[in-house]
Ligand binder design. Structure first.
Ligand SMILES: [Cu+2]
Length: 118
């Protein structure tokens, strides 16, 4: 009889620890997903640095020799960007150092914001 109780206890303990383990696993699993996971939110746009090479007011384009653009996974290079607003090009000239954000919009690399740095 004593042995039966003992076995039952062992059985209960096993179940308990199993449940606990599962709960812990689930909790940590959820914790890993939810807090500020950098990949999930609507395309986080990071500021990149560049030097203006050419401004094309009539086409609404700017050529930038840019540093790494993390949100686009792009290494440093010189390339042409569309601009979201042609007003961005007013006051920009070749040789300016700028900070800008860019994203791919309808298949075209587009400057979303740009600011001359002194
Ligand atoms: Cu590029």
């Amino acid at each position: 009889m004593k042995k039966l109780i003992f076995m039952t206890l062992i059985g209960l303990l096993t179940i308990c620890s199993h449940v606990t383990a599962q709960t812990t696993k689930e909790t940590t699993g959820t914790a890993n997903v939810s807090p500020g996971s950098p990949t999930s939110p609507v395309s986080q746009v990071e500021t990149s640095e560049a030097e203006v090479r050419k401004v094309d007011l009539s086409a609404g384009k700017v050529t930038l020799r840019h540093g790494e653009i993390k949100n686009l996974g792009m290494p440093p290079m010189t390339m042409v960007f569309q601009v979201k607003d042609r007003a961005f090009l007013n006051g920009l000239k070749a040789g300016d150092s700028v900070k800008f954000t860019a994203d791919k919009i309808k298949g075209a690399y587009t400057v979303l914001s740009i600011e001359v740095v002194q």
